[in-house]
Ligand binder design. Sequence first.
Ligand SMILES: [Fe+2]
Ligand SMILES: [Fe+2]
Length: 399
Amino acid sequence: MDTRPILLVDDDMEMRRAIQETLNRKGFPTEEASDGLQALERISKGGLRMVISDVRMPVMDGLALLREVRRRHPEVIRFVLTGQTDDESVYRTVGDAHQFLMKPCPPDVLKNAIGRALALRERLANPAVASLATEMGELPSLPETYRQLCDELNSPEGSVANVGRIIERDPAMTAKILQLVNSAFFGLRRPVSTASQAVAMLGLETIRSLVLGVGLFSHFERLQFAEGFSLHNLWDHSMETARAVRVICDMEKISPADTDALYTAALLHDAGEALLASGPREYFGHCAAFAVLNEVSLENAEREVFSCTHAELAAYLLGIWSLPDIIVEAVLFHHHPEEVNGEGLHGPLVLFCADVLCGHSDRVWSAHPDMEQPIKLLCGKGLEEKFGAWRKRWEEIQS
Ligand SMILES: [Fe+2]
Ligand SMILES: [Fe+2]
């Protein structure tokens, strides 16, 4: 068992004590620091598995602290625990925090969040994924325009007005974003002719997700794929699933921040398929043949042939990019939301349902050759009726 302590960083001693008591009772050893600088000194000595930090503190605030931890000790898991709701938009960007929690945080919510963060890393530590990634050579890097957008929004002088200008500095990205925004996917009444207009029409977060998806798929366009694989179909499926995620989130009144994160997850959820199809291509062919011969799902065939699945490979990449846990977790478990130890309608379950709504079961790379397995899972969660309502709404939108 991992006995490395969790570092609690908060200038409020009472708050530190309360969280410490909760965590110790749940079996997590802890240490404390009262500001960012003290925390950084402790972290540099090593031996910690996680830091849970307040945001507003004297000497060095939580934002500066977590940015430094990310740079110097990327292996340490980074949580934000704050009482200020407006801190959320700052932290919901790439990298600085893996998870964002609000004070007061009930003990079970905190315990569950920590448990899920640890379980996620345990799964991502599958050596087969890392060795396949190494065999593939260079993995795509975080799209540069996306990184610049996050930096802009993270900076104290950052402004939404600059976002359009940053996108416009990349003409290829701008052309693709405009083409997408003016396509039937968004059904806008008026054509959009600049990136700034696109931001104004669709909102900053949607555009930022699209920049990430377009950036990754532009990288894929330069690759050679195994026969039978269509990048075009994969992109359409990703866009459709992202749209279905929004429908479910709107109907279930899921918070805007979680909705945006799951929208991004949907755009990227099957990116592992493109990675597998562009990697050791002869295996890709074996995989399809194995599924047919053995009458197993293609996901099981992936496991047999590659010793890992497209979901694991995509989540591994997004983990390297340091995207927030909510995105990485949804992608990793998008075919197996039952493996997540979470209550109710959590992220992986939303993405799974959106994927099913978009007919993933009909696609070549299906994990579910029929609908039986998803329906059984939804019944077990008491979500069968809700799923019926989402499907009805989805069909109305399609018609
Ligand atoms: Fe998938
Ligand atoms: Fe899918």
